[in-house]
Design a protein. Structure first.
Length: 521
């Protein structure tokens, strides 16, 4: 028994690592199907406690490998966050075990995957959506389903196919172990071939979903990646250095435009933290930004750290529209600061225990509205860094009128770790989900331009100074995913939880009836 449990635990850990390989930088998306199938098989028919252990054995190595980029901060941070996220998968494992006794268990299991991601995307401290099945499938046959009901539907479809494959494998194994069972269409075709065929249908269903990409019009843009001098926690270096990098790259762009080597853009996009000093308080920073804007002659969307005007000790992470004639204008403040990265929950208590948290000297103040900004002739939706992972932030931005999306990001802390690639696939999925082109402007890479169909048309290398120029399509039509919002996710998650509750109820009733029958004997 102990040897069998050890083998089961080892297999769960192995397939947890396999799921991590489905994500960038490896991007082997079929492994997401194999991993779901494996967890379904390993928890099938088990008790809730056994399923929970198997889920943890699966989830902990999955997140530890997926989030290894956090080791830049410290391996203890990686393992701590992986353990926290693994607890959600532990609960998922318990649910898969309990519901595996129900008819149609692959369906309930797929709903439970959505429920697990629903919870993990929201708690604690606003949630952490990294590692969603949908993000491993931003370039798979499942991707177009995002246009119908967003990332949750992609997760549901992937989980359903994985569970159906598990069902087919179990049915085939039972037939192999019981040779006395006659091979009839009912015993072979329905459980094995039927579930495999249904898995194929769900996999190919995305090809039937129209992905609308025809633009209403377009705008010529330039994306400036100024670069940083060093990766890691101390990427900022000395003050003004990153700002000067972006100004110099923009001045070079202006010279090439004047020389006729590059088309004149109608707007320019800088990344998050392009100005490492508050341009409202520091004349040197303001003058350098104005110099760049005057040289290129069009508005620049500037990423800047801005001191809160009335809350002493707080800072805002903003995208500011800087016009050559009127200077700084409309701005967007990041709504979802990263806990322990941009603010420290329970700072007074935790900073005494974890002294590393003192390296976050000021808390970021959250914004209160979506980032729809008029940048020159284009109405763009600004989303800053990790916000691209949160369904509601991107959805609200498009529903408020964004004709294209901009992801201003700064991944210099995690350069060359795989994290920028993981974030880029989120932009690909969002493009299809909302029918919008997505511009990723990164301080040190990866900057990219993604078409509304999710195709990466241009991208930069990491830790290089570069400028992308493109004709950005602008669209007004919204997808079904924008219309239905979070309703499908809530419905699927609720169905998963209710199936778990129903399985518990039926199990207790069966045990009660069994006890009564024994008592009557």
């Amino acid at each position: 028994m102990i040897r069998r449990e050890a083998a089961r635990t080892a297999l769960a850990a192995f397939f947890g690592l396999a799921l991590a390989l489905a994500f960038p930088p490896f991007g082997a998306w079929p492994l997401s199907l194999a991993a779901v199938a494996a967890l379904s098989l390993l928890t099938h028919g088990r008790t809730a406690r056994q399923g929970a252990w198997t889920g943890l054995a699966f989830g902990l190595p999955f997140f530890a490998f997926l989030l290894k980029w956090l080791s830049v901060v410290g391996w203890d941070a990686t393992i701590g966050l992986a353990f926290l996220q693994g607890l959600f998968v532990s609960v998922l494992g318990a649910g898969l075990a309990v519901t595996s006794r129900l008819p149609l268990w692959p369906l309930w299991g797929a709903c439970l995957w959505v429920a697990e991601e629903w919870a993990r995307d929201r708690v604690p401290f606003g949630g952490f959506p990294w590692g969603r099945l949908a993000f491993a499938n931003a370039g798979s046959p499942f991707t177009p389903l995002a246009a119908l009901a967003g990332a949750p539907l992609v997760t549901f479809a992937v989980a359903l196919v994985g569970a159906l494959l598990a069902y087919a494998l179990r049915a085939a194994w039972r037939l192999r172990r019981t040779p006395e069972v006659p091979r009839t269409p009912r015993t072979v075709g329905l459980p094995v071939l039927g579930s495999a065929a249904l898995a194929l249908v769900v996999t190919l269903a995305g090809y039937a979903v129209p992905v609308h990409t025809k633009p209403a019009d377009s705008v010529d843009i330039a994306v400036v990646q100024g670069n940083v001098q060093q990766p890691g926690m101390d990427f900022l270096g000395r003050p003004m250095k990153i700002l000067n990098n972006h100004v110099d790259a923009t001045l070079d762009l202006a010279e090439r435009v004047e020389a006729g080597k590059t088309e004149q853009p109608e707007l320019v996009i800088w990344p998050e933290n392009a100005s490492d000093l508050d341009p409202y308080k520091h004349p040197a920073a303001r003058d350098r930004i104005q110099q760049a804007v005057d040289a290129v002659g069009v508005p620049i969307l500037v990423g800047a750290l801005v001191d809160h005007p009335s809350k002493d000790g707080y800072v805002k992470n903003q995208g500011i529209v800087w016009d050559p004639d009127t200077g700084p204008g409309d701005s967007y403040t990041k709504q979802h600061p990263v806990p322990f990265g941009e603010y420290v929950p329970y700072r007074d208590q935790l900073s005494k225990i974890i002294t590393r948290l003192q390296r976050v000297p000021r808390d970021f103040w959250p914004g209160e509205h979506s980032g729809v900004l008029d940048v020159g002739p284009a109405r763009l939706g600004d989303v800053i860094c990790f916000e691209v992972a949160y369904d509601e932030i991107v959805r609200d931005t498009v529903n408020d009128g964004a004709r294209a999306l901009v992801v201003q990001t700064n991944n210099a802390t995690y350069g060359n770790t795989g994290q920028p690639e993981q974030q880029l696939v989120m932009s690909k999925l969002r493009a299809v989900e909302h029918g919008r082109a997505v511009v990723t402007a990164a301080t040190s890479g990866i900057s990219a331009i993604v078409a509304p169909d999710g195709t990466v048309q241009q991208r930069t290398d990491e830790f290089t100074q570069d400028v992308l120029t493109a004709k950005l399509p602008l669209r007004d039509d919204i997808t079904l995913a924008n219309r239905v919002g979070a309703a499908p996710e809530w419905a699927l998650a609720a169905l998963g939880v209710l199936s778990w509750a129903g399985a518990l109820f039926l199990g207790r009733r069966a045990r009660s009836q069994e006890a009564q029958a024994k008592g009557q004997q």
